[in-house]
Design a protein around this ligand. Structure first.
Ligand SMILES: NC(=O)c1ccc[n+]([C@@H]2O[C@H](COP(=O)([O-])OP(=O)(O)OC[C@H]3O[C@@H](n4cnc5c(N)ncnc54)[C@H](OP(=O)(O)O)[C@@H]3O)[C@@H](O)[C@H]2O)c1
Length: 314
């Protein structure tokens, strides 16, 4: 099958033929119709997961999110059957080798759910990792209606879901984004938009909320010291899927919280897909590319400015 893959350690991703995966116990083989791109795909392509203790097996197929049609199921899988239209995610598990930027993808059954008829494949493929991350970073701070939450990195794939899901709970959202993102973020439910290129985010937020906001969700960057903790009031909460300072640093700032590792399991994906199909959750797909241009899409994610989800169609 055709797949965007890294043939061997240290090599660049290339589009070439690799063996079609064979379903094993607890897995679902799908014919991929669309695959959503995520920053983790660039980390996988660069071999970075090996440094986190996750060994690779080559060829390594890139991509983790997908929507498609069930081609075969392994033993023990009874919630989907051949011919079902589904969406899902390749959960991170060693050795890293399965991916979704391919004609066929092998997904763990735990992360596969039926696609509602009202949701097209492209939109469904944009949901899994970003949508689940959004649900799980919000759950981590238990926001109450009327509270104010700063979302740093709100203009990206995860942020577009976080802003909507917080606003739907009656939470006031201060979102970061460049000037060009302001209208879109307000349309998604942000109360205020702070331009992170116009000065320190914490200072800008304190100018709006002198007592500080109730919580911060961080969706940008790898450097914990760059997280705008100064925006949050004493006793406030912090979560994020990007950099989050350690417990000692948070505690010294009078804050609690920690980082979240997203798990796009089907119990999380199914309600998100239903909400999207019912038009209650906007899925911001900023561009759709053919498999031949998937590497270009990954390059755009790495350099910034994607402005939502990039999806590859097959
Ligand atoms: N741990 C996990 O389970 C998990 C799961 C999902 C995602 N993640 C991580 O979470 C992060 C967000 O993911 P994503 O899919 O939403 O990525 P994304 O689509 O690339 O979004 C990141 C956003 O941050 C914005 N940004 C750039 N510089 C900024 C700054 N100085 N201050 C505030 N915002 C800034 C970018 O805007 P521009 O495009 O305009 O530059 C972009 O919209 C990534 O680091 C990803 O690796 C982790």
């Amino acid at each position: 099958m055709r797949a965007l893959n890294v043939p061997a350690a240290g090599e660049q991703p290339q589009l070439s033929d690799v063996p079609t995966p064979v379903p094993t116990e607890g897995t679902v083989l799908i014919r991929v119709k669309a695959a959503g791109l995520n920053p983790i795909d660039n980390a996988v392509a660069a071999g970075m997961l090996a440094h986190w203790g996750l060994p690779y097996q080559y060829p390594t197929v890139i991509g983790r999110d997908a929507a498609g049609v069930v081609e075969a199921v392994g033993e023990g899988v009874d919630h989907v059957k051949v011919g079902d239209e589904v969406l899902g995610h390749v959960l991170l598990a060693p050795p890293i080798s399965a991916g979704t930027l391919a004609e066929y993808a092998l997904l763990p059954a735990a992360a596969v759910t039926k696609k509602p008829a009202g949701l097209d494949f492209t939109t469904a493929a944009a949901l899994p990792l970003a949508g689940a991350s959004a649900v799980q970073v919000i759950d981590a701070i238990h926001p109450q209606p009327g509270q104010t939450v700063l979302v740093n990195g709100a203009s990206g794939g995860v942020g577009s879901f976080v802003v909507q899901l917080l606003a739907a709970r009656g939470v006031k959202v201060v979102a970061t984004g460049k000037a060009r993102d302001t209208a879109r973020l307000k349309d998604l439910g942000a109360t205020q938009v702070v331009d992170h290129t116009a000065g320190p985010v914490a200072d800008q937020v304190r100018a709006l909320y002198p007592d500080g906001v109730d919580a911060l969700i961080n969706l940008h960057g790898m450097d914990p010291s760059a997280v705008p903790l100064g925006a949050v009031r004493q006793g406030g909460k912090v979560s994020g899927v990007a950099a989050v300072p350690d417990e000692a640093t948070l505690s010294a700032a009078g804050l609690t919280g920690g980082s979240v590792m997203a798990m796009p399991v089907r119990e999380v994906l199914a309600p998100l897909a239903e909400q999207a199909a019912a038009g209650k959750l906007q899925v911001v797909v900023s561009d759709v590319l053919p498999l031949e241009r998937a590497a270009e899409g990954l390059g755009r994610l790495a350099t910034g400015g994607a402005g939502g989800k990039l999806v590859v169609t097959l």
